[in-house]
Ligand binder design. Structure first.
Ligand code: HPA
Ligand code: ZN
Length: 330
């Protein structure tokens, strides 16, 4: 049977998705028009043509620039609802969505506006499609730990209203030169508050950042983590403790973490017993949603149907859903 139909039919969780990275050029242009914001690109095609990246930072520059069109509650709602529809079409049963409040509060958008628009879309999507969503508030690691603490303080009063959705804390943006250690105190504080913890590590940064994310930040999952292979002792630890990696193959390709998808270590990690999952990261920028990532890997790496099903099962197991809900999806 058809590979796409098989992948769509697997119950999946998407665990590594930046909602700002789901903003498609068409919606970006519409929001710019709605908000009277001038764009440095004349057309949707010209913007899309600019999505050719040399590394993580060259992507981040465009990703943060693109987010400037997000102003109102309705903008955040529209962006999130568009993603949830795509997720449903891809057979995603549950999405754990990262968002970057500092990208918006730094431009004068209230954190209440960000939460309200995203949360309204998640609640409506759950009611109308059955796809559930959790939120992971992510700190920007190129900013200071003090700024992360200030963001947490601004967000905490909203936990009463959104605590059913906002379950976790993450760490993203420019990895090199911004090691986990920089955020050890704020992560310890978030852990004490009962948040689930994740961090990007070992995407562009070294395997040592993965180890430090585990030891110094006490995270439960590693976002990316593909460079863990460079440290055999760390790799063995990931296997022994079944620490999930949220791998994003098309992202790695577009950001030139590797030259060819055939060189990706996803299959080797899976066959070696690492709890790997497949995710889309920033699908509007990297040319594919989660099912596209499964399919591209199946083709480039020769993954069997059994292996694709194992990846989907891993995504449910590695999610932060309560076990009764995981059980229904496994
Ligand atoms: N890495 C780091 N920061 C990010 C990414 C990523 O892949 N996507 C959005 N912010
Ligand atoms: Zn990411």
């Amino acid at each position: 049977a058809d590979l796409r139909a098989f992948v769509l039919g697997l119950p999946k969780a998407e665990l590594h998705l930046h909602i700002e990275g789901s903003l498609e050029p068409e919606l970006l242009f519409e929001l710019a028009r709605r908000n009277g914001i001038a764009l440095p690109y004349a057309t949707v095609e010209a913007l899309r043509a600019a999505y050719a990246f040399g590394d993580l930072q060259s992507f981040l520059d465009l990703y943060y620039a693109g987010a400037r069109v997000l102003i109102t509650e309705r903008d955040f709602y529209d962006m999130t609802m568009a993603y949830m529809r795509r997720a449903q079409a891809d057979g995603v049963a549950h999405a754990e969505i990262m968002f970057d409040p500092q990208t918006h509060t730094g431009r004068g958008v209230a954190i209440e506006t960000v939460f309200a628009g995203i949360a309204r879309a998640l609640r409506e999507a759950q009611a109308s499609t059955g796809v559930s969503g959790y939120l992971i508030l992510s700190f920007l690691r190129h900013l200071s730990e003090e700024q992360a603490f200030a963001t947490l303080a601004a967000a905490l009063p909203l936990r009463e209203q959104y605590g059913d959705l906002w379950i976790g804390i993450g760490l993203d943006s420019a990895e090199r030169g911004n090691p986990p250690e920089k955020f050890a105190r704020v992560f310890a504080h978030c852990k004490a508050l009962g948040f689930r913890l994740v961090a990007h590590a070992g995407e562009e940064g070294p395997a040592a950042y993965v180890r430090d994310a585990l030891d110094l930040l006490q995270v439960e999952r590693i976002d990316h983590g593909v460079r863990s292979e460079e440290d055999p002792a760390l790799l063995q630890r990931l296997v022994d403790a079944q620490i999930p990696l949220t791998v994003c193959p098309l992202s790695n390709l577009k950001l030139r973490v590797l030259r060819d998808l055939r060189d990706h270590n996803l299959a080797r990690l899976l066959r070696g017993g690492v709890m790997v999952t497949v995710n889309s990261d920033d699908p509007a920028y990297f040319g594919g949603y989660v099912a596209d990532n499964y399919i591209a890997c199946a083709q480039a790496l020769g993954l069997s149907r059994q292996e694709l099903a194992a990846l989907a099962r891993n995504s449910i197991e590695a999610s932060f859903l309560p076990w009764e809900q995981k059980e229904k999806l496994l």
